[in-house]
Design a protein around this ligand. Structure first.
Ligand code: E4P
Length: 214
């Protein structure tokens, strides 16, 4: 399972990259806004930091203009994946990108039929948003299970990129379902490693080590 970090904060990316766990990065316009920096400048810096797929999102609403944006984005760096919203015009643009060999991440997916269309259009990744579904009392992880089943049924090459992850359980459940990628905030990546019994056990080992005759 690949781990992407869901942020445009380069300091966070550096910190998590040092742990050796970051396979790629996802951004969106809200995360870019939160960084307080210019879009292209921050995307370039992220590409220099992480040698893996870096998602950069389009912000127009018609297939032709989305495709034009995709062309410009992929010229920023070879690792750029063009993130395109799951709307009809977006799917048309995905098809155009696929024909040109441009990698895409279809975002804002909230049901399995949308995911089926994205795969048929030739998306490289599909991003179902589990946390935002949980927020409105739908079980987000049920969607991941359905998409994994559909993609396996038809042997689609589109990778399932679980997005809007809010806690370690989302990551664990996604891995049990066989999702290809989990994109998560730095905090969740850190939480995955933590267990109170590890801390208690380590403290006891180190305390006892002090008492060993030297
Ligand atoms: C996905 O690529 C999105 O950037 C992200 O996961 C959305 O997460 P949020 O619902 O926590 O904003």
């Amino acid at each position: 399972m690949k781990f992407f970090i869901d942020t445009a904060d380069v300091n966070e990316i550096k910190e998590m990259n040092d742990m050796g766990l970051v396979d790629g990065v996802t951004t969106n316009p809200s995360l870019i806004y939160k960084s307080g920096r210019k879009f292209e400048e921050v995307i370039k810096e992220i590409c220099d930091l992480v040698d893996g797929p870096i998602s950069a999102e389009t912000v127009t609403l018609e297939a032709k203009s989305i495709f034009d944006e995709a062309i410009k984005l992929k010229d920023i760096h070879p690792n750029i994946v063009v993130k395109i919203p799951l709307i009809t015009e977006g799917l048309k643009a995905v098809k155009m990108c696929a024909a040109e060999g441009i990698k895409t991440n279809v975002t804002l997916c909230f049901n399995a039929s949308q995911a089926l269309l994205a795969a048929k259009a030739g998306a490289t990744y599909i991003s179902p948003f589990v946390g935002r579904l949980d927020d409105i009392t739908h079980v987000g992880m049920d969607l991941i299970e359905d998409i994994c089943t559909i993609y396996q049924n038809y042997d689609f090459a589109t990778e399932v990129l679980v997005a809007s992850i809010r806690n370690p359980l989302h990551v664990l459940e996604a891995s049990l379902m066989g999702a290809d990628v989990a994109t998560m905030p730095a905090q969740v990546m850190k939480q995955l490693a933590h267990h109170p019994l590890t801390d208690i056990g380590l403290k006891k080992f180190l305390d006892d080590w002090e008492k060993v005759p030297k």
